[in-house]
Design a protein around this ligand. Sequence first.
Ligand code: GDP
Length: 539
Amino acid sequence: EAVTMLAGQAGVDVEIVSPEEEEPEEEEEEIDPSRLRTRPPVVTVMGHVDHGKTLLLDAIRQTDIISGEAGGITQHIGAYQVHQNGNVVTFIDTPGHETFTAMRARGAQVTDIVVLVVAADDGVMPQTVEAIDHARAAGVPIVVAVNKVDKPEADPIRVRQQLADQGIQTSEWGGDFEFVDVSAKSGQNLDKLLETILLVAELQELKADPESPARGVAVEAHLDKGRGPVATVLVQRGTLRVGDSLVCGAAHGRVRAMLDEHGQAVEEAPPGRPVQVLGWSSVPAAGDDFRVVEDEKEARRIAQDREARVRAAEQVAAAPAVRLEDVLAQVREGQVAELKIILKADTQGSLEALADALEKLSTEEVRVRMLRRSVGAITASDVDLAQADEAIIIGFNVRPDAIAREVAEREGVDLRLYTVIYRAVDEVRQALSGLLKPEEQEARLGEAQVRATFRVPRLGVVAGCYVTSGTITRGNRIRLVRDGTVVYDGRVASIRRFKDDVREVQEGFECGIGLENYQDIKEGDVLEAYEVREVARSL
Ligand code: GDP
């Protein structure tokens, strides 16, 4: 803001770009239509938890006879390809919207088609609707897989009706969406699902130039004990070859080897092909674009430039905000409650996905702040940081090492381990609810009408009342309402029945009521007794 203002005074234009965008040396090469070739569609499987996404992905890869013959052991590298009648489909091998959204958040549009899995025995659920929203937001066509039709209680028609309510009308009823009834368990109709995907892909006319320098996206990355940083990249155009130099975010490298989903060495990866790449300087981030450059020196230079810019941006972001309006806002609203988190995960993909989901839980009153997020085991340094800054540690598919565990136990650091993203998100949501200030809710206790007023020695003016509803108790908070206007808000000082002081009076009885520090009661006034309760809130 300050720079823009100063520049404005100096008559200079300021253009603000993110570190990722600023890439002066990169020129966009022309696309030559004559060199475009059809490429495989890239499919992401989404849907509600337990509706069978994982099993479906596994079942589909097992249908692939060609890869079965290729031998090798099935590896989960983050994506795989299956063959169907001479055509190829690429599946992103991590179900769930978090990954999809995290990738999109980084500007990576990887998916051509979303397969929406809906269990026929459960129907449309909240995450089904969420998945539809994500696919729509991304403008990606949906193919519906109505799963678990092998179950006796399966009701595929109901699923069609429920989805029609969401604007996803099956083509069988004249709508625009293809539905396939499948069973990931028995394998029923998986070939039909693949055919349907290919049909939808055909309409999209997915094409890429296999001859241009390779570009694409990292879909998964982690640090391998023996092999160093590995990343599965999806080639989107061009052909990636062993020996190519590439940059991916702030990581660079030279392709030492490429492996497919069967652990087999690959020399060349054309568009649509996912391959695991070895030979990185560091672990790239899932969702980062990669591209092949001239040579290793060039790759290193670009990566280092980016690294420096990202560092600088992080330092700016990490600096505490000392803007006056922030301070004022905090004073006005009472200090903002904050849940500090140290997040550790097994892969960049899950790290991004979880961080994204957790940060979304922030509201105006309670904020999630990520003190540290990185790939790898939970170490003593994480525990130290957590203790120093009163943070909790969340581990996703990682464990604390022995020292970290011991220190955490000794210091009472909150260390939570998860293997399912939504569980982690759920628990943090609950923890945040605990930080919310309880809400004040008013409860009406009783009401009385003033029918006469008396002056009583030592007590002052007392209202002769009739209790029209509820109960009025000594000490209650009370409002005096006259012609619809509150003229007094205070407490009940005394209650009398037939000259006796009593603690309370119930509906249908007459009594005398004295108010604390208030004498100006008139006939016709209404007294409302109420109390303010603190109610725990949830996000
Ligand atoms: P995800 O959470 O969507 O990935 O769901 P999973 O793939 O883990 O499946 C959840 C449960 O449903 C597992 O116990 C699966 O064995 C079961 N399941 C998945 N697909 C089918 C199916 O087609 N038929 C039956 N009977 N069970 C299924």
